[in-house]
Design a protein around this ligand. Structure first.
Ligand code: OFO
Length: 180
C-alpha cells in the first residue's frame, strides 16, 4: 500500500506482538504434546486448540499491519520453555504466559493512546478483551485443578478434570456482555 497509516514505532510494536503470538502458539503446542505423551488427552486437546487460537491472533496482527500500509516482518520464533512438571505447573505456567502477554497488549494500547492512533487503539481493544477472557478461563481451570488435587488419594478426580478440560470452551463469556 502506498500510504502508511501507522507510525514506525507502532509498526515495530505490532510486529513484535505478532511474533509473540506465534511464540505463545509454540508454548501451547509443546505443552499439548507433553500432555498427550503423558496420557492427559483432554488437557492435550484443550492446549492444541489453544495453540491454534494463538496462531489466529498472529494472523490478525499480520493482517492489521498490512492493511494499515505497514510491513509485516516474519521473524524467527523462540523455542518454547521446558516441559512443565505436572498439570498444576502446566496451568500455572500458562497463566503466567497469558498475564505477561496482557502486559504487552496493554503497552500497544498505551502507545496507540499516546499517538492518538485510534485505529490501533480500537484494534488493540479486541485483544484487551481476549486477554480478560483467557486469564479468566485459565484461572478457572486452576481452581478446578486445586479442587481435584486437594485429596491426593482421589486420582479419579484427575480423570474427571481431564474430561472437563477436553470440553472447556476456548472463550470465557463475560456475563456483563450477555446481559446488555
Ligand atoms: Fe493468549 O492470547 Fe494471544 O493475544
Amino acid at each position: 500500500m502506498k500510504r502508511k497509516r501507522i507510525s514506525d514505532k507502532m509498526e515495530k510494536a505490532l510486529n513484535d506482538q505478532m511474533t509473540r503470538e506465534a511464540y505463545q502458539a509454540q508454548i501451547y503446542l509443546s505443552y499439548a504434546s507433553w500432555a498427550e505423551v503423558n496420557s492427559f488427552t483432554g488437557i492435550a486437546t484443550f492446549l492444541y486448540k489453544h495453540a491454534h487460537e494463538e496462531r489466529e491472533h498472529m494472523f490478525k496482527f499480520l493482517k492489521y499491519i498490512n492493511d494499515r500500509g505497514g510491513e509485516t516482518k516474519i521473524e524467527a520464533i523462540k523455542a518454547p520453555p521446558a516441559n512443565p512438571a505436572n498439570i498444576g505447573d502446566c496451568l500455572n505456567k500458562v497463566l503466567d504466559h497469558e498475564i505477561g502477554n496482557s502486559t504487552h497488549i496493554d503497552n500497544i494500547v498505551n502507545l496507540a493512546h499516546q499517538e492518538k492512533d485510534w485505529a490501533s487503539f480500537n484494534f488493540g481493544q479486541y485483544f484487551v478483551k481476549e486477554q480478560i477472557e483467557e486469564e479468566a478461563l485459565i484461572n478457572g481451570l486452576l481452581d478446578k485443578y486445586d479442587l481435584a488435587s486437594s485429596d491426593k488419594s482421589k486420582n479419579v478426580n484427575f480423570y474427571q478434570l481431564d474430561k472437563d478440560l477436553s470440553a472447556a470452551s476456548q472463550e470465557g463469556t463475560l456475563p456483563r456482555e450477555e446481559n446488555f
